[in-house]
Design a protein around this ligand. Structure first.
Ligand SMILES: Cc1cc2nc3c(=O)[nH]c(=O)nc-3n(C[C@H](O)[C@H](O)[C@H](O)COP(=O)(O)O)c2cc1C
Length: 348
C-alpha cells in the first residue's frame, strides 16, 4: 500500500462511532477504496437496522474524501454498489481539492465536559452552517436560544432515563464500559470511563449500577430520573444544539447524515469548539416505530415519542426525522481519548 493510501485510510479509521464500535472495513488498492460495514461489531438495540453504524461509516467516508483531497486526489463515490454491507466504493481520481477540514481529522474528539454557555461568534456560526454546503437532505439546524437549549438538553437525557431502567439497554451499555486504561487499551472499543467525564461520586454510583438487579431496584427509587436531570443540565451547558434530519430511513439517508455530522464536527474543531452527540432518544424512536419490536413499556414509549416530537418542533423540522443531535460550545479539552483498533485490523 502506498503512503498516500495509508494516510487516507488512517483518516477513515479515526471517524467517530456509537460506543466506539468502529464498524468499518476497508479494501484498498492504489486507485480505489471499498468501505464495508461489519454488522457483528454492533448488534445492539441502539443500532436498529445498522443505522447507527451507517452514520459512523458516513463519517469515515467523509474523512476519506477529505484526506484524499489533502493527498491531491479527487474522490468519486458509488454508494451501495453490491451486497448490503458494501457501503461504498471510492475511486481516486486526479485533481483533488484541498479542504482545511482535513487538517483537523486527527484532532476531532467527543468532549463530554460541561461547556461554557457563551454565544457563538458570527464567524463560528457561519463556518458551522457552511459544513452543510447546499444540502436540504440531510438538513442541518441549530438552536441558540437558552430556553430551547435547556429543553433539548433534557430531551437528550431521556437516553439515560430509559437505558438505566431497561435490562437489554442497561446490559449493552455497561458491557461497553472500560473501567481502566489497561482495559481500554486491550479492548480498543467501547467507552473508556474517563471519557465519560463523571465526577468521583458519579463514578461510584455507576459502579453500583453495573449490576442489573441493583440498577432495577435503584431505578424504582428514581435514580434514573435523577441522573437524567443532572445530565440534562450538562447537556444544556452549550452555546448551541444542532440537529441533522433526513426525509427517509433508507441506509443511504444515514450514510449521508454521517458525512454531514463529520463535516460539522470538523468545522467545530477548526473553530475551537467542542461537540458531544446526544443521539440515544432518536435511535429509541426508530425502535418504537418498528412494530415488530417490543422493547419499551407504554410509559417509556410515550416519553420517547414526546421527546422526539418536541425536539422536531424546537428545531422547526416537523416533516423530517432527526437522526443526530449534538451540543456545541467552547470547553476545556476532554480528560481522555478513546482507543482505536489499529488500521491493519480494519483492512481486508
Ligand atoms: C452515530 C453516533 C452516535 C453517537 N451517540 C453518542 C451519544 O448519544 N452520546 C455520546 O456521548 N456520544 C455519542 N457518540 C460519540 C461516540 O461515543 C464516540 O465517537 C466514540 O466513543 C469514539 O470517540 P471519539 O469521538 O472521541 O473518537 C456517537 C457517535 C456516533 C457516530
Amino acid at each position: 500500500m502506498t503512503p498516500h493510501i495509508t494516510r487516507i485510510l488512517e483518516a477513515g479509521n479515526s471517524a467517530p462511532s456509537g460506543e466506539n464500535c468502529q464498524p468499518w472495513r476497508f479494501v484498498a488498492d492504489t486507485s480505489s477504496i471499498e468501505v464495508w460495514n461489519r454488522p457483528e461489531r454492533d448488534r445492539s438495540a441502539y443500532n436498529w437496522g445498522q443505522r447507527g453504524s451507517y452514520i459512523a461509516i458516513g463519517a469515515a467516508i467523509e474523512n476519506i474524501v477529505l484526506a484524499a483531497g489533502a493527498e491531491g486526489f479527487g474522490a468519486q463515490i458509488q454508494y451501495f454498489p453490491g451486497p448490503d454491507d458494501h457501503i461504498a466504493t471510492i475511486s481516486l481520481t486526479s485533481g483533488g481539492l484541498r479542504d482545511e477540514l482535513a487538517d483537523v481529522i486527527a484532532l476531532r474528539v467527543t468532549n463530554r465536559k460541561p461547556y461554557r454557555k457563551v454565544s457563538l461568534t458570527a464567524e463560528q456560526r457561519k463556518s458551522l452552517l457552511a459544513a452543510s454546503q447546499t444540502s436540504q437532505d440531510p438538513e442541518l439546524r441549530f438552536v441558540e436560544a437558552p430556553k430551547e437549549i435547556v429543553a433539548l438538553g433534557r430531551i437528550g437525557s431521556i437516553n439515560e432515563e430509559i437505558m438505566l431502567a431497561n435490562e437489554a439497554l442497561h446490559s449493552f451499555f455497561f458491557s461497553h464500559i472500560n473501567w481502566t486504561k489497561r482495559e481500554d487499551d486491550r479492548n480498543t472499543t467501547g467507552f473508556y470511563i474517563k471519557t465519560l467525564e463523571l465526577p468521583p461520586p458519579a463514578v461510584l454510583i455507576f459502579k453500583l449500577l453495573r449490576s442489573w438487579r441493583r440498577a432495577r431496584f435503584l431505578c424504582r427509587l428514581g435514580i434514573n430520573r435523577f441522573i437524567a436531570r443532572v445530565n440534562g443540565t450538562t447537556n444544556a451547558s452549550a452555546s448551541a444544539i444542532g440537529a441533522i434530519a433526513v426525509s427517509g430511513i433508507e441506509p443511504l439517508d444515514f450514510v449521508r447524515a454521517g458525512r454531514l455530522l463529520e463535516r460539522v464536527w470538523l468545522s467545530a474543531t477548526l473553530s475551537g469548539l467542542s461537540i458531544q452527540p446526544l443521539t440515544g432518544v432518536f435511535f429509541f424512536k426508530l425502535l418504537c416505530d418498528d412494530r415488530s419490536i417490543d422493547l419499551f413499556s407504554k410509559t417509556e414509549r410515550s416519553v420517547i415519542e414526546n421527546g422526539c416530537t418536541n425536539a422536531q418542533q424546537i428545531f422547526g423540522i416537523e416533516n423530517k426525522r432527526i437522526v443526530a443531535m449534538f451540543r456545541i460550545g467552547p470547553s476545556k479539552p476532554p480528560s481522555a481519548r478513546s482507543s482505536r483498533f489499529p488500521l491493519e485490523s480494519a483492512l481486508s
